[in-house]
Design a binder for this molecule. Structure first.
Ligand SMILES: C[S@@+](CC[C@H](N)C(=O)[O-])C[C@H]1O[C@@H](n2cnc3c(N)ncnc32)[C@H](O)[C@@H]1O
Length: 293
């Protein structure tokens, strides 16, 4: 199956169709529609009488998906948080769904095109919010108004950054001299503490931590999981694509502890070497499929 390379390249594109086995007539929720890469593949599978519910917290990116898939009248669009799924279904008068896909994290669109300060290589102002209307604090606010220990806790808890304390101290020292305005300023400062080594940029974990914090990403994931037993039909499938171990642990623990779900395969699916060489951004992706018992 060919992908349109002018859009975000969805991970597990080849596997997802086979794993979810979507049937005509089913109700499928795409909790993180993004530019509609997975939607372009999955939405037609429910035709002629099923429904595809496309949600994204970021209205700008959802517009791109809408333009791309406007020829499908069976897609309902929601610029909302996937954690509002029960309210969304109530509005549609739908009691139960058959499939849900949640592809966490951010899209290449956020890194390359948007001016919301997600990329450490950019001169954009530090922001990192998917939707400023539903997230009161930007990354700039956290960096400038939080205490040294609060910053250190965020970097450690959400980025597993081992040098969190030293980075937080440097941030607090530097912000006293002049504001740390752009992504590149912050990335340089972090690199000056950690130095460069082989592999990812030294600011990767800190940027991930700030993004997770300002968007309350783990809160929304937990909120979705806590209500999921109410919205799935028996045998329904919920697929999670995660990009770091914190998210994957939450999904895995939920599947182990929940009396309502089990993991279809014990081990998560990881991208093939071929997929990683085509799209290195997906190297840490994991796919888990949960079944409603
Ligand atoms: C990895 S991208 C999804 C890419 C998409 N599957 C595709 O094929 O194009 C993740 C998307 O999730 C959205 N997002 C992140 N957290 C969200 C949340 N809590 N609720 C709804 N959308 C969210 C982001 O705005 C982003 O567009």
């Amino acid at each position: 199956m060919n992908q349109n390379t002018s859009f975000h390249q969805p991970v597990f594109f080849e596997n997802i169709h086979e794993l979810l086995r979507i049937q005509p007539g089913q109700i499928v929720v795409d909790g993180t529609c993004g530019e509609g890469g997975h939607a372009a593949l999955l939405a037609p599978c429910v035709l002629p009488d099923g429904k595809y519910i496309a949600i994204d917290r970021d209205g700008q990116i959802l517009e791109k998906a809408k333009n791309r898939l406007m020829h499908y009248s069976h897609i309902d669009w929601f610029n909302e948080n996937y954690s509002s799924i029960q309210e969304i279904l109530a509005r549609l008068e739908i009691q139960q769904i058959d499939r849900m896909i949640v592809d966490l994290g951010l899209s290449m669109f956020h890194l390359r095109i948007m001016e919301r300060g997600f990329s450490f290589l950019s001169e954009e102002e530090l922001d990192m919010r998917f939707n400023p209307a539903d997230s009161p604090l930007s990354a700039f606010d956290v960096i400038h108004y939080f205490s040294e220990s609060e910053i250190s806790d965020i970097l450690y808890s959400f980025g597993e950054e081992k040098m969190a304390r030293r980075i937080a101290k440097k941030i607090v020292d530097k912000r006293g001299e002049k504001p740390i305005k752009t992504c590149r300023d912050l990335a340089k400062l972090i690199a000056s503490v950690k130095g460069f080594s082989k592999g990812s940029h030294p600011a990767t974990q800190s940027f991930q931590a700030l993004r997770i914090y300002v968007n309350a990403e783990l809160h929304h994931l937990n909120l979705l999981l806590s209500q999921s037993h109410l919205i799935f039909s028996k045998g329904a499938l919920m697929a999670f694509i995660t990009y770091h171990s914190i998210e994957d642990r939450i999904v895995k623990r939920f599947a182990i502890e929940s009396p309502f779900f089990y993991m279809r395969e014990k081990k998560p699916l990881t991208p093939s070497q071929e997929e990683i060489s085509r799209n290195p951004a997906v190297r840490s992706a994991k796919l888990r499929v949960l079944v409603r018992s």
